[in-house]
Each structure stands twice: as C-alpha cells, then as structure tokens.
Ligand binder design. Structure first.
Ligand SMILES: NC(=O)C1=CN([C@@H]2O[C@H](COP(=O)(O)OP(=O)(O)OC[C@H]3O[C@@H](n4cnc5c(N)ncnc54)[C@H](O)[C@@H]3O)[C@@H](O)[C@H]2O)C=CC1
Ligand SMILES: O=C([O-])CC(=O)C(=O)O
Length: 271
C-alpha cells in the first residue's frame, strides 16, 4: 500500500484524509502537516483507522511515497522542488503556482531527473479529458468564465488592488477579464481551475479568464469554451461550495480523491 502525506488540513485535506481513513482509497495515511496546529488536530480527531505522524514536509519527503499539496500556491513553491528531489511523487491542487514558466520548467526537469510524477487533478472543473485530446490536433481559443457568489471571492488580492468593495455589488459584475497568468495571481484561491485548463490546452498566456461576482447565485459556476480543429466544446459546471470554505467547490476534493484512486487502482479509465 502506498504511504501518503497531506500538506494542508483545510477542506480538501480533511476530505482526502477521510477517504483514505475509511478505505475509499487503498493507501496508508502516513503524515499530515498544516502551519495551523489546530487544523492538524481537528483532522486527527476525525480519524478512526489511521495514525498519521504530525510531520514537516521535509520528513514526509523521506517517509511517504506520494505527498499531496492542498494548502496554497506558496506551499507548492516552497515544498514541491524539495519533495521531487527526494524522488517522491506529488499531487498539486494549488495549480496556479505553475503560472511562472521558470518554476514550471524547474518542476518538469526535477520530476524527470528523479523519475517521479506530479499529478494535477481536474479540480473543480470538468472537460480536461476533451481538452487534452483536442490539444493534440490544435486549439484556436480557450475561455474559462468563473462565476462565484460574493462570499466565495472575499479576500482576493485583486479586490484590494482595484479598491473593489464586494458589499457594493448587487448585480452580476465582471470583475476581471484577462490572461490566466494574471488571473491566478489576482484570485489565487478562486481560479486554480484556469491554471489546470491552461496546462491542458493553450498555456497561461493564451487562455482567457473572466471572473464574475454574482450575488444572485449560491453555486460556484465554471464555464469552459474551446474552439479548435476538433470542433467546438462548451461545458458548464454548477458546483456546490464546500460548507467550510465557500471559495472551494465540493467537486475539487472529490477530484483529488478520484485521482488518488486512479493512482492506486490497477485499471485506468479515461484519458
Ligand atoms: N485545482 C482546483 O480546481 C482547486 C484548487 N483549490 C486550491 O486547493 C488548495 C486547498 O483548498 P482548500 O482545502 O479549500 O483550502 P482551505 O483554506 O480550506 O485549507 C488550506 C489549508 O492549508 C493550510 N496552509 C496554507 N498554506 C500553507 C503552507 N504554506 N504550509 C502549510 N499549511 C498551509 C491552511 O492553514 C489551511 O488549513 C487552495 O490553494 C485552493 O485554492 C481549491 C479548489 C479548486
Ligand atoms: O473550487 C472552485 O470552484 C474553484 C477554485 O476555488 C479554484 O479553482 O481555485
């Protein structure tokens, strides 16, 4: 059984730990870490069958086979190179960290040099399967439109920079339209989906992102539109937000668990 370590004990981390603990995924939960000791304790209290070590990522990189980042883009920048240098596989949820081409190239090289893998779940969006296939023949345009309730956008750096007060927004309002490169910096906890879509398709510089604050909805809605030699793809997903972190959709945690199942299952389905 593979030994997994989890960095980040918030919504996604706690769901992953619960899935491993309950046997949904055939793996051993060997280590957990969060810079909030309280978050670590709250996850530990929910576990019935697992006794992971409370451990720093540097220790996890020695004792675990696969380390899952579900913390923040900063955590990816800080820990991913070190983990891969230990020859250990990683799963990354905060995919926006890869918008820096030098960092992405470094991760690709380190993983290749140490014969290990970096898994990016599809997260809170659907359509990565079709997009990856379409990209083989050539894609002309990719647009991701993210529409979130006001509570899901609070605290984004872009709002402070542009002096936007979310309390003033009473109708659906386009806050941002631009490149994925800039979107993941402006909304680091909201549009990791567009980072994943960029990596599947046209890249960060050519993927267009729109972020809409919508006080009339309660779901996190992502729309993906792709034109290419394959034809035209349009996908809309209406995600239930996590009850403990409204920025994050429930599907994001499920996609991490599903990716873990794919890694551990002998039969592989889908692209
Ligand atoms: N790829 C995708 O489609 C999606 C990605 N995400 C991203 O996944 C990550 C996790 O999401 P949630 O569990 O909802 O977040 P959360 O806010 O509920 O939990 C994150 C946890 O990580 C901890 N943390 C943050 N930075 C850390 C660091 N440098 N070292 C150690 N601990 C750290 C925090 O204390 C917190 O307990 C976030 O970056 C989020 O933006 C979320 C939804 C979709
Ligand atoms: O969970 C979502 O709906 C999307 C999200 O926060 C992200 O991509 O970072």
């Amino acid at each position: 059984m593979i030994k997994i370590g989890v960095i980040g004990c918030g919504f996604i981390g706690s769901q992953i730990c619960a899935a491993v603990d309950s046997g949904v995924v055939a793996a051993e939960l060997a280590g957990i870490f969060d810079f909030s000791a309280e978050k670590v304790e709250s996850v530990l209290q929910t576990l019935q069958n697992s006794s992971p070590q409370k451990t720093m990522p540097e220790e996890m990189a020695k004792s675990c086979d696969l380390i899952i980042e579900c913390a923040s883009q900063e955590a990816v920048l800080k820990y991913a190179p070190m983990i891969l240098e230990h020859g250990k596989d990683m799963m990354v949820l905060s995919a926006g960290a890869f918008q820096n081409p030098d960092f992405y190239a470094k991760i690709q090289k380190t993983a290749a040099d140490h014969n290990c893998k970096v898994y990016l779940p599809s997260g809170a969006i659907a359509g990565t399967d079709g997009l990856k296939s379409a990209a083989i023949a050539g894609i002309k345009s990719v647009t991701v439109t993210t529409r979130k309730p006001i509570s899901g956008l609070a605290g984004s750096p872009y709002l402070a920079e542009k002096k936007i007060n979310l309390a003033d927004i009473t109708t659906p309002t386009l806050l941002f339209e631009g490149k994925a490169t800039d979107a993941v910096v402006a909304f680091p906890k909201n549009v990791n989906v567009c980072a994943t879509i960029s990596l599947c398709g046209l890249g960060f510089e050519k993927t267009v992102v729109k972020v809409i604050a919508d006080p009339t909805i309660s779901d996190n809605i992502h729309e993906l539109e792709v034109f290419g030699d394959f034809g035209h793809m349009k996908m809309t997903i209406e995600n239930k937000p996590s009850p403990i972190n409204p920025k994050t959709s429930y599907l994001a945690a499920l996609s991490a668990i599903s990716t873990l199942k794919r890694i551990t299952d002998p039969i592989q389905i889908g692209v």
